[in-house]
Design a protein around this ligand. Structure first.
Ligand code: HEM
Length: 459
């Protein structure tokens, strides 16, 4: 069906409650995408009882929400409110003045150049952790992919944030606390208007985990403040930047910045790395080409950040991975004033769901959308593609700050694993995407055999 524009009012495609609820309960990710693709990217209104969000997936409409009219689509409402008790109201994942000042301060710490300056340390820790996996796989026992990808990414992110100020054990304990926060807010999302004076299931676990996170993060900030050592890691750079720009570095503000970044950086990256291994199993040709590139560029030596730019096929595999499995699978907004999207009138206070997972499956923009094909990124079709058809990192003023960090970190993990071992999926299967906290994850567990590559290499 053609995309409808213009000033006249159009009705949205409506999915009535008796159809929407069973479909979303049985398979939320796939069914939501199907609702968007069945409407060829036109606006869909989901009737979920009294809650009636709009699904926005056409790139023109995504552009309106995220860029041209972005101040009318804010991060408020049912999806964001429960998280605000952890991330604060005034930081980078928020809105308004607090967001704008955090963005100005944080942006310089995540440019390609700044990330490159942190990447050597990150490369060391990733290499060390990947080498350590060898001990676990002796005796032919496979590793739990989710556990180890989460642990490696967690250590790398924490190194970037806190440098050497945190012990590996303490670092290890942060990830489960964040996971508890993300998974314990289900009832708050279902009952967004329930007062916080009423205890809901999950509240106690949430508050306990948020307290533990603070007990780890505050002392690290205080220590960095005392040391005042001009370090490059984010906590020191952040303290310096806030002092320079604002004349003071409020501990609560710095805590919010760090907690927001840790939350945005770790689970997203770790989850992408789970899908990869099943995809490589399903596409031996992609696996062989990737292996060849890594062997040629890295050889038997340690993987350095400078190798990453020399591996364009690895970059294409990651882009295609983020197209097919964008882990920020929905990006919610609330409208401030009455508006019109794609000809459909939308009232102030409505919930709008951008769904990268759906947009990335629109046939008009992605021929053979369900096929995993890194070739899309190595030919010149990208130049002709709608800029808002590929939105794994969002776009517009709130675009993800961590793209460079993601590509370098994920590349280092993959290149380390594939230059040391031949990873083989122990339990190949069709993975089913499910929402896990704020990100997309496979429902099933995946295990990997790591067969060491025999060669004389530097550790
Ligand atoms: C696969 C990995 C990642 C994905 C898929 C991802 C996705 C996204 C998306 C979709 C947004 C836009 C949210 C919105 O518009 O409301 C976003 C924002 C953000 N991301 Fe990422 N992200 C990833 C990794 C990272 C990393 C490694 C960092 C570390 C710095 C990071 C930090 C942020 C921050 C701070 C924002 C908020 C930016 C703002 O609102 O100004 N992300 N991310």
């Amino acid at each position: 069906m053609p995309h409808v524009t213009g000033t006249f009012a159009t009705s949205p495609h409506v999915v009535p409650t008796h159809r929407a609820i069973p479909r979303l309960v049985s398979d939320p990710v796939t069914e939501l995408a199907r609702m968007g693709t069945d409407a060829s990217g036109q606006i869909v209104r989901l009737h979920l009882g009294p809650f009636r969000p709009y699904l926005v997936s056409h790139p023109d409409h995504v552009q309106q929400v995220l860029k041209t009219d972005w101040t009318n689509f804010v991060r408020e409402g049912v999806f964001w409110r429960p998280l605000q008790r952890l991330i604060g109201h005034e930081s980078i994942l928020g809105e308004g003045e607090g967001w704008a000042s955090a963005r100005k301060i944080l942006q310089p710490l995540f440019t390609a150049r700044y990330v490159a300056s942190l990447a050597e340390d990150m490369a060391d820790i990733i290499a060390e952790r990947v080498a350590g996996l060898g001990d676990l796989t002796r005796g032919d026992s496979p590793i739990d992919v989710e556990h180890h990808m989460t642990s490696i990414v967690n250590q790398a992110v924490i190194k970037v944030l806190f440098g050497g100020r945190i012990s590996p054990e303490t670092a290890e304990s942060l990830a489960p606390e964040f996971a508890t926060c993300a998974t314990s807010i289900g009832f708050r999302m279902l009952l967004p208007f329930a007062s916080y004076s009423i205890r809901l299931p999950g509240d106690r676990a949430f508050l306990r985990a948020a307290k533990k996170i603070d007990e780890i993060v505050y002392p690290l900030i205080e220590r960095a403040k005392r040391e005042n050592n001009d370090g490059k890691e984010v906590v020191s750079a952040l303290l310096t930047a806030r002092l320079e720009k604002e004349g003071r570095a409020d501990l609560r503000q710095v805590r919010d910045d760090l907690v927001n970044i840790y939350g945005a950086a770790s689970e997203t990256t770790a989850m992408s790395l789970i899908w990869l291994w099943q995809v490589l199993h399903d596409h031996p040709d992609v696996n062989a080409r990737l292996q060849e590139e890594i062997d040629r560029v890295v050889g038997g030596g340690p993987v350095r950040p400078s190798h990453v730019a020399e591996m364009p096929y690895l970059r294409a595999v990651l882009q295609e991975l983020l197209r097919v499995y964008p882990n920020a699978w929905v990006v919610p907004r609330q409208t401030v004033a009455d508006t019109v999207i794609g000809g459909v009138p939308v009232k102030a206070g409505s919930q709008v769901l951008i769904s990268p997972y759906t947009t990335h499956r629109l046939e008009e923009f992605w021929p053979r959308p369900l096929e995993f094909d890194p070739g899309r990124w190595t030919d010149d079709t990208g130049e002709r593609r709608h800029r808002y058809a590929f939105i794994p990192f969002g776009l517009g003023p709130h675009v993800c700050l961590g793209q460079h960090l993601f590509y370098i970190e994920a590349s280092l993990v993959i290149a380390n694993l594939m230059s040391r071992y031949r990873p083989v999926v122990a339990n190949p299967q069709k993975l089913r995407p499910v929402p896990g906290g704020a990100t997309l994850r496979p429902k099933q567990k995946l295990f990997l055999h790591l067969q060491p590559i025999e060669r004389n290499r530097a550790a």
